[in-house]
Ligand binder design. Sequence first.
Ligand SMILES: Nc1ncnc2c1ncn2[C@@H]1O[C@H](COP(=O)(O)OP(=O)(O)OP(=O)(O)O)[C@@H](O)[C@H]1O
Ligand SMILES: [Mg+2]
Length: 528
Amino acid sequence: MNVVISLLGSTLDAHGHGAMRWNAWRPSVALAMQDDLQFNQYYLIYQRSFQSLFDRVVEDIHTCSPETEVIPVEIPFDDPWDFEEVYSKLYDFSRKQNFAAQDHDFYIHITTGTHVAQICLFLLNESHHLPGILIQTQPTKRNPAKGAYNLIDLDLSRYDLLAKRFAEEQTNDVAFLKSGIATRNRQFNKLIDTIERVAIRSDDPILLTGPTGAGKSQLAKRIFELKKQNRQVKGNFVDVNCATLRGDQAMSALFGHKKGSFTGAVADRPGLLKAADGGILFLDEIGELGLDEQAMLLRAIEEKTFLPLGSDKEETSSFQLICGTNRDLESAVANGRFRADLLARIDLWNFSLPGLADRREDIEPNLEYELARFAKKSGKHITFNAEAKKCFLEYALDPATDWRGNFRDLNAMIVRMATLSSGGRIDLETVREELTRSRKARPLETQPDLAALLGPDYAERIDFFELVQLREVLKVCRASRSLADAGKKLFAVSRKAKKSSNDSDRLSKYLAHFGLDFHAVIKGTIDR
Ligand SMILES: Nc1ncnc2c1ncn2[C@@H]1O[C@H](COP(=O)(O)OP(=O)(O)OP(=O)(O)O)[C@@H](O)[C@H]1O
Ligand SMILES: [Mg+2]
């Protein structure tokens, strides 16, 4: 059985007088004129004030299609332009009729003219509250009264086209967040996908964690730019490194001050929170923020108000907060250096950006990106020749290369090679020189400070014989990503001979012998 649901149009359905009406475009009647689509039941929604128009239209429907049973649905809309009212009344109607439980072919009529009720029918259909497919009618030149119709199944192909567009837009947004770099690491791509969804849909705080140079600051900026493109923010991107906010100045820089509130306050200062009104406040290295500032900040996020220094008048500012940190905030909370309530508030969305060593497959696409950046800055297009690229990638992908500074390291290496290259090409020799240069620079960083790790009197307690070995082991640890990674390097021979089954265990036992663990070695000091 075919069932159609339609709305009586107070203007269009009233077109034409007397016999002339049969030449006029009247959508509700036109539905009944379609000879290849017969309706058994026709729910016609109308308002009491249009009763006589309704009667006339029903009569004409019968004339065109005597088989069709018209079911009058009188819905009183106090204000037909009030979206909420119209939606809820149509929703009640569809629930009361319980269409969803009936095994009929339902059609929802959508036609010319803008009408809040039509939009509501569409929404109800789209959300599956009202079953069926959309029947869209419009007049044609050849047949102005009967017009033509189109069937649109929101669940099927046509809608897929729209869905495809949305998907394309989403893909564009994701590419934008990745600065157009064709990254290959699955986990990283998944992470950016999620960040894109959150960025577009929410203005709750976002916490970006990860090692230095992993791209937290850059990502925060891209999130802002994406939102700006989508007109989701009106204000500015205010970028603050909390490590640079110290002492009395910190409060005033963030929350502003009144003229004369302290020596040196020669004029009013609105502060950074105010500057971020309507935009995004990016608090980088949030772990460095003082406890007093943390308390003020918490209130500013929760209530959107704060008190500038020396002022008795609350200021308001509405901004999205993005925080960055390479510190473990949980342990900062445990040590009393970070407020637990603030952490709970800012880590609603907590995204941890992996370091470059954990996404080595992305190094190659990033080479191109770095060269493009160099070209933009210097005006010189530089490329690698094939063997030079191969040599560089071998180094880049070697597990022994730690990429401690992450993108900063990569960027610095490319900039040096591009600058030193001649004829627009980075050749093998340039790469080799660069590798020697950066390998030379590395050991200094990995050199452990034994006094800090073992205590100042270590030389009196431990034989030089043992220290020689320990120093080398610590260097390897400090050049490794993890205990397992270091274990793999240190016990490579026994591993090959299958003598050692658990490198990590063996290494941690060795370190424990000196009262050390991997974490302390990486940190360079031991908590005493
Ligand atoms: N996805 C990326 N691909 C390539 N380069 C990137 C990427 N993300 C960031 N960079 C570059 O790497 C450098 C460091 O990035 P950024 O300052 O965002 O790191 P960070 O995580 O904020 O570091 P820190 O913890 O030290 O503040 C910048 O020069 C930036 O342009
Ligand atoms: Mg940063």
